[in-house]
Ligand binder design. Structure first.
Ligand code: 5GP
Ligand code: ZN
Length: 115
């Protein structure tokens, strides 16, 4: 897949994309189109990285920033106190559907012990 075909690269390139609820110079956040919990956000690096297999030392700052923004978004959604789950689907067995690395943030109800 080229970045011109990547749905998340399209959102990253479009500063006024309607579904983007947060953006800075390194990451952006959208509400998942098919939410699995009352709060279901996707935290996405602006740069195209297919998966963790493409993350090396040079990407450590942006990877760290994903988690900082996740906590900030959880606060904004009122989910930081009760808790939330971050997940990253890596590859086929995890069901990764979009080959542009992203974190899922799930919250707003008890989420069980695993998932
Ligand atoms: P993955 O399985 O790759 O970790 O997750 C991809 C996620 O992206 C899914 O939860 C899916 O519902 C979500 N998604 C797919 N297409 C779109 C879209 O066009 N907009 C938004 N906001 N989410 C999408
Ligand atoms: Zn992309």
């Amino acid at each position: 897949m080229t970045t011109s075909e990547c749905i998340f690269c399209g959102m990253a390139r479009n500063p006024t994309h309607e579904s983007v609820i947060y953006r800075d110079d390194r990451v952006f956040v959208v509400k998942d189109i098919n939410p699995q919990a009352p709060v279901h956000l996707l935290i996405i690096p602006n740069m195209h990285l297919n998966s963790l297999a493409y993350v090396g030392p040079g990407q450590v700052p942006v990877m760290g920033h994903l988690f900082v923004v996740a906590e900030e978004m959880a606060r904004r959604e009122g989910a930081a106190l009760n808790g939330y789950r971050l997940s990253l689907n890596q590859g086929e067995d995890a069901g990764q559907a979009i080959a542009h690395l992203h974190l899922h943030l799930l919250a707003g109800q008890p989420l069980g012990t695993m998932g």
